[in-house]
Design a protein around this ligand. Structure first.
Ligand code: NAD
Ligand code: UD1
Length: 338
């Protein structure tokens, strides 16, 4: 039996594909190539020395999904496929609801019809909204989100909860990621954003490589030790390993499970800049700018539930995250080849 990885050629999906195969699992990957390059497929195969089926398919394509389920023996889905740029979601809400929410509905319906009732879903710390205070725990009230991207994650969580209520045979794992950064140790896989990066680490690495002149630090007047925003950065390989544990949980028992995947430690923007400079030996020029709309001062997890129930915890620290991000960026200044 195999695990279907939707969005499996993207940043987190590709690292998870590697760790799933390293753990001896069979995988099938689906991606519409909207936000990734096909060469990510070759890199995963080269790294693991294993072949696996890849389908260029959109999760909204019911017929395409049905063909994959008919051809492959799939008993679990890890669902990464989705659009993820917060600013873009404000400009294009319909595309985000269609791709993320409608796409998930099509996927779930096909799964149900094929008798596949195990799913691990990529949710986000964004569902905790602006009211909760860090450290964030899974039992806090969610939903106070301020942008369409975040709302798609919250809506999908609600859909999955209702689905479980309707049929207790489902096994559903909602994984709330904090801030994934870093790259595979080999330097052959990493984050490859299209255009100007929205997130901190890819922006820093592009300044370091000379593609961008300087980092804009969005505000130094937050209520944090140095005034810059504090986040819970997690190495993408630790995050990937969390998915291996989650699919094992889903295979073992039915239920609706929710886990934070974070380190539980908060680092400020300037902490990350300093750690990156130390790891890379490259000085990062930055300017303090006004706050970015919608940003919080502090956001970090309480990861103890995942440790208790999944036996998972993040092992890689901030310096390793920076070293690995830098190795990827410096070996691949233009990201994945076309
Ligand atoms: P990514 O864009 O690198 O990967 C997503 C992949 O899904 C891409 O390869 C894209 O081509 C594919 N895709 C998008 N829409 C599709 C569709 N309709 N059909 C088929 N494939 C489709 O993003 P990522 O950083 O790897 O994120 C993976 C998931 O984790 C997303 O759902 C994202 O919202 C969620 N997440 C990411 C972060 C983060 O910081 N990266 C944080 C929290 C949650
Ligand atoms: C952002 C999204 C969040 C999403 C997450 C992962 C917003 C408001 N939130 O979270 O919904 O789940 O990405 O994709 O966009 N920073 C700078 N300069 C930059 C970039 C970032 O100073 O060029 C700062 C930010 O103000 C923040 C920190 O760095 O304090 C991290 O930012 P980022 O990487 O964008 O992640 P989040 O804002 O946590």
């Amino acid at each position: 039996m195999a695990i279907l990885v939707t969005g499996g050629l993207g940043y987190i999906g590709s690292h998870t594909a590697v760790e799933l195969m390293r753990a001896g699992k069979e995988i099938v990957v689906l991606d519409n190539l909207y936000n990734c390059k096909k060469s990510s497929y070759s890199r995963i195969k080269a790294l693991t020395g294993r072949d696996f089926p890849f389908y260029e398919c959109d999760i909204r394509d019911r017929k395409g999904l049905e063909e994959i389920f008919a051809k492959e023996k799939i008993d679990c889905v890890i669902h990464f496929a989705g659009l993820k740029a917060v600013g873009e979601s404000v400009q294009k809400p319909l595309e985000y609801f269609d791709n993320n929410v409608n796409g998930t509905l099509v996927l779930l319906d096909v799964m149900k019809r094929c008798g596949c009732k195990k799913i691990v879903f990529s949710s986000s710390a964004t569902v905790y909204g602006v009211e909760n205070k860090s450290p964030l725990t899974e039992d806090m009230k969610v939903g106070g989100v301020t942008n369409p991207y975040g709302r798609t994650k919250y809506m999908i969580e609600c859909i999955l909860q209702d689905l479980y209520k309707s049929d207790n045979e489902w096994s559903i794992c909602l994984l709330r990621y904090f801030n994934p950064i870093g790259a595979h140790k080999s330097g052959t896989m990493g984050e490859d954003p299209n255009g100007l990066p929205n997130n901190l680490m890819p922006y820093i690495t592009q300044v370091a490589i000379g593609k961008l002149d300087h980092l804009n630090v969005y505000g130094n007047d937050y209520d944090t030790p140095d005034g810059t925003g504090v986040r819970d950065y997690i190495h993408v390989v630790d995050l990937a390993l969390g998915h291996v544990k989650a699919v094992e949980k889903a295979a073992d028992e039915s239920g609706l499970f929710i886990y934070n995947l974070g380190t539980g430690k908060g680092y400020s923007v300037l902490d990350v800049v300093n750690a990156f400079e130390k790891a890379s030996g490259v000085k990062i020029k930055y300017e303090i700018c006004p706050r970015r709309a919608g940003d919080l001062d502090t956001c970090y997890s309480d990861p103890s539930k995942a440790r208790r129930e999944l036996g998972w915890q993040a092992e890689r620290g901030i310096v390793e995250m920076c070293e690995d991000s830098w190795r990827w960026q410096s070996n691949n200044p233009n990201g994945y080849p076309d």
